[in-house]
Design a protein around this ligand. Structure first.
Ligand code: FES
Ligand SMILES: [Fe+2]
Length: 383
C-alpha cells in the first residue's frame, strides 16, 4: 500500500485567495502551524517588528514599580524610573547574563542575584563590585539594554525594532472607532495568563470569527452575529451586535452603566478589534478587555488577558462583587476557545491533513492568514 502524501509545501496560488469569491479560499497548510522552522521565520519577519502589549500604564503608577514580561524576544523588564519615565529593558545582567527581576513589585534599584552588580531604575550601572580593578572596564558602557516603548490609550507597548513605524501609525483610524470608549480613563482590575498548546495563529483566527460561538460557547455566551471592519492602519476587526454588554454570560443583565458618551456605533455592540500581529481590543458598552497572544513555539502560546473598567465604575462601593461575573466570563470563554484550539493543533499532525474551504463567516480568518503570508519570505513557505 502506498503511504498517503502529506501536503507540506506552501502553494500560494492554491491557498491564498486573490479572486472574487471567498469560497475559493482555503485555510493555511498544516506546516504553517506545526513547523518550528516556519515559526522561527515568523518570529524574524513578523514578531520582531510588531508592537507587543506588556500591560496598562496604571500598572506602573509610581516610580520603582516594575513588572517582568516574557515575550517572543525573551524576558523583558518594564519599570518606572526615579524621574517618572516608563522604560523597558532586556531583563538580563550585562555581566554574565543572569535574569534580573521576576514577577512584579517595587524596587529602589535593580540588583543582580549572581555577582551583585546593580543598576539604577533608568538602566545605568550603579555599582559593579571589584570591576574597578578590571582593566578597561567602563561602567557607562554596560547599562541595561533598552527596548523601544510607546503608549496609546493607556496601553504600554514594546517593539524590538527601532525602525518599525510608531504604534500610532499601526493603530491608524482605529483610534477614531474606539475613541468614545475613552480607554485612557480605564483602570485594569483583572489579569490572567493561560497556557495554550497550540500555534499562535489558531488563537488569532479564532478571535476573528463568530462562526464558532454557537457551539464552542453554547454554555457561556452562545451564538453571536458580527459584522467585519477594516480601515487605515495595521488592524481589522468585527463588531458583535447586541445592544446590551456581552461581557457577562448568558444574557445576564450587566450591573454597570454604559460608558458615558459612547458613539452611536459603539452602542450597537462589542468591538473585537485586532491590531497586528498579536493583540485584540474587546470594547463592550460598559468595559474593555484585551487579549494578546505570546508565541512560545510552533505549538505553544500564552494567551494573556486583561480586564478594564472606567475609573468611575471602579470607584463604586459594590465594584468587586459586581465585577466578578465579568472575570468569570472572560476566563471561561477563553478556556473554551483554548480547549477546541488544542484539538485543532493535534489534528494538524494528521498525514492526511488538507486545508479546508472557508465559510463566508471566516472572512477575517482569511484576511489574517493573507496578512501573515504576505510578510513571509518565499523561502519560508516550504519550511
Ligand atoms: S551575572 Fe549579574 S553580576 Fe554577574
Ligand atoms: Fe471563542
Amino acid at each position: 500500500m502506498t503511504a498517503p502524501t502529506k501536503p507540506s509545501a506552501f502553494e500560494p496560488s492554491r491557498y491564498i485567495w486573490k479572486g472574487p469569491a471567498l469560497s475559493e479560499a482555503r485555510s493555511l497548510p498544516a506546516n504553517c502551524y506545526t513547523s518550528e522552522a516556519f515559526f522561527k521565520a515568523e518570529v524574524e519577519n513578523i514578531h520582531a517588528r510588531g508592537w507587543i502589549i506588556v500591560g496598562r500604564v496604571d500598572e506602573w503608577a509610581n516610580p520603582g514599580q516594575y513588572r517582568s514580561v516574557d515575550t517572543v524576544g525573551g524576558p523583558v523588564l518594564v519599570v518606572r524610573d526615579e524621574a517618572g519615565t516608563l522604560r523597558a529593558f532586556a531583563n538580563f545582567c550585562r555581566h554574565r547574563g543572569a535574569l534580573l527581576l521576576e514577577g512584579c513589585g517595587t524596587a529602589r534599584k535593580i540588583l543582580c542575584p549572581y555577582h551583585a552588580w546593580s543598576y539604577r531604575l533608568n538602566g545605568a550601572v550603579l555599582a559593579a563590585p571589584s570591576m574597578d580593578e578590571t582593566e578597561g572596564f567602563d561602567k557607562a558602557e554596560y547599562g541595561l539594554l533598552p527596548i523601544r516603548l510607546e503608549t496609546w490609550a493607556g496601553f504600554v507597548f514594546i517593539n524590538y525594532s527601532n525602525d518599525a513605524p510608531p504604534v500610532k501609525e499601526d493603530i491608524g483610524d482605529l483610534a477614531d472607532l474606539l475613541a468614545s470608549h475613552n480607554m485612557d480613563d480605564m483602570v485594569v482590575t483583572w489579569r490572567k495568563d493561560i497556557e495554550a498548546r497550540c500555534n499562535w495563529k489558531l488563537l488569532v483566527e479564532n478571535a476573528m470569527e463568530s462562526y464558532h460561538t454557537g457551539t464552542v460557547h453554547a454554555a457561556t455566551v452562545g451564538a453571536q452575529k458580527s459584522v467585519s471592519f477594516s480601515g487605515i492602519g495595521e488592524w481589522m476587526g468585527m463588531q458583535v451586535l447586541s445592544k446590551s454588554s456581552i461581557a457577562v454570560m448568558n444574557s445576564a443583565k450587566p450591573p454597570f452603566q454604559p460608558i458615558d458618551g459612547l458613539s452611536d456605533q459603539a452602542q450597537q455592540g462589542t468591538f473585537f478589534m485586532f491590531l497586528h500581529p498579536t493583540t485584540q481590543f474587546c470594547c463592550a458598552q460598559d468595559c474593555m478587555w484585551w487579549l494578546t497572544v505570546r508565541p512560545v513555539a510552533a505549538d505553544r502560546t500564552v494567551l494573556s488577558i486583561g480586564g478594564c473598567f472606567p475609573r468611575k465604575t471602579v470607584e463604586q462601593s459594590n465594584f468587586e462583587a459586581d465585577a466578578a461575573p465579568y472575570y468569570k466570563r472572560w476566563e471561561s470563554v477563553a478556556l473554551e476557545d483554548v480547549g477546541v484550539l488544542e484539538k485543532l493543533q493535534t489534528a494538524l499532525h494528521s498525514r492526511l491533513f488538507q486545508p479546508g474551504p472557508l465559510s463566508w463567516r471566516d472572512d477575517l480568518v482569511h484576511t489574517f492568514d493573507q496578512w501573515v503570508m504576505d510578510r513571509m519570505p518565499e523561502a519560508a513557505r516550504s519550511l
